[in-house]
Ligand binder design. Structure first.
Ligand SMILES: [Zn+2]
Length: 427
């Protein structure tokens, strides 16, 4: 039977975040799923006897990586230098972002293709519009990446009621799924109230309610900048100015004397949220994140791009907070980065800058992302039944250095392997 054909990838090394580590290593695939992985010489005879072999003698094979925070609809803008002022940057993005539905759909596809090419196997992105959600849902086969499409919403104070009505209308028109059973099925829907300086607590509470009704995934940007902390605490500063300029200011916007994490705590308590950034948090806030089961997406390159330092991701991990990795938008990536939508560059940045434990980085880049997005962690491993989508990186098989460390120290791009169809097509 053609469909029963087994494909075995033999590599210099294989590694995942759930205990698979072999050098040399092999991964056996059937029907687009992993059926076995481990040391090459341990593959059982019953698998090897009729298998086709694909040899990657100079590669480390990892599971495809998870990007838990992207803005695919900004892809055509490309990297943009940062002028040093966050609100000026936002004004710039508002000007540059694709506006008509066709351009948005193309932008999302472009972002998906770049992400797949960089070995991303699951991806969560902020959809600035319903066109952005549809761009993801209708992507051609070569651009499909399962994950979450979070419909973004904005609305403060007096604008909250109309925002809520608009979101509810938009959701009625969008296809709805909560689970990815089949690797090809594409993205499920989530909600992404934008940030505390653009979106009021009633919108967040509505997102909670909707998520309870229909299991929408939830995300927001939180504690990203000092200006945001100031806005939430004092209702003034650059974000107040920006809102006035955009005609979004009204007298119902009041100081709260709170930190954004405290401000959002009543919402975090009642549903599972994924918070992008959290660049500025104290111990008491990490405590809230831990107690509420909130996940944090750290986007190290984007964070550095905006000048944020000393992110507390390791303190969060130590406190039991699930921290995963994201790219944020392509705008924040270095102009000379070959794979700007990749997660390996994020891991490399942390390894080189902070000497973070490679196995911790691999968890952040795979299983932690899946946990945040509420998918099976196994689907981002090399364990049995995981989708056969891998990220392979050149290493030196003769070098005694740990293969994952080699991949973090070298500059080789990720070569994606999609073996979900190999057994059917090539057999
Ligand atoms: Zn973002």
């Amino acid at each position: 039977m053609k469909q029963d054909r087994i494909t075995i990838y033999r590599a210099a090394a294989i590694r995942d975040a759930q205990g698979t580590s072999a050098r040399p290593g092999a991964v056996a695939v059937k029907h687009g799923r992993v059926i076995a992985s481990g040391p090459t010489d341990s593959m059982p005879k019953r698998l090897t006897k009729n298998a086709q072999f694909i040899d990657r003698p100079n590669d480390l094979i990892l599971p495809a990586l998870v990007n838990a925070h992207a803005h695919l609809d900004l892809t055509p803008i490309g990297p943009v230098p940062y002028g040093g002022e966050f609100t000026a940057w936002i004004r710039e993005v508002i000007k540059l972002r694709p506006a008509d539905p066709k351009a948005i759909i193309d932008a999302v596809r472009q972002g998906l293709v770049l992400s797949r090419g960089a070995g991303v196997g699951h991806l969560a992105d902020i959809a600035g519009s319903t066109a952005s959600v549809m761009g993801r849902r209708q992507a051609p086969r070569e651009a499909v990446i399962p994950g979450v499409s979070y419909l973004e919403c904005f609305g403060l104070s007096a604008n909250q009621a109309s925002t809520i009505a608009r979101v509810q209308r938009a959701l009625e028109d969008l296809p709805f799924e909560t689970r990815i059973e089949n690797h090809d099925r594409g993205a499920v829907l989530g909600l992404g109230p934008h940030a505390p300086y653009s979106t009021g607590l009633d919108v967040y509470k509505t997102a909670n309610r909707l998520s309870h009704e229909r299991i929408y995934r939830l995300t927001t940007h939180l504690a990203e900048t000092q200006e945001e902390l100031r806005f939430v605490r004092d209702a003034d500063g650059p974000f107040a100015e920006l809102l006035k300029e955009l005609g979004k200011w009204d007298d119902g916007i009041k100081p709260t004397q709170m930190h954004p994490v405290q401000w959002l705590e009543p919402v975090l308590k009642h549903a599972r949220w994924v918070l992008a950034h959290c660049n500025y948090v104290e111990d008491e806030h990490i405590d809230i994140l831990q107690k509420t089961g909130t996940s944090v997406v750290y986007c190290p390159i984007a964070s550095e791009y905006f000048g944020h330092v000393d992110h507390r991701y390791r303190d969060m991990l130590d406190a039991g907070v699930n921290v995963c990795l994201g790219t944020d938008s392509i705008l924040c990536q270095p102009a000379d980065e070959a794979q700007p939508m990749g997660i390996l560059p994020q891991m490399r940045r942390l390894y080189r800058r902070d000497q973070t434990e490679p196995s911790t980085l691999l968890k952040m880049a795979t299983t932690h992302g899946m946990l945040a997005l509420e998918f099976s962690e196994t689907d981002a491993t090399l364990q049995k039944r995981a989708p056969a989508v891998f990220a392979s990186v050149k290493i030196d098989p003769e070098d005694r250095l740990d293969p994952l460390v080699q991949a973090l120290l070298n500059e080789h791009p990720v070569v994606p392997i999609d073996a979900t169809r190999v057994s059917q097509v090539e057999a």
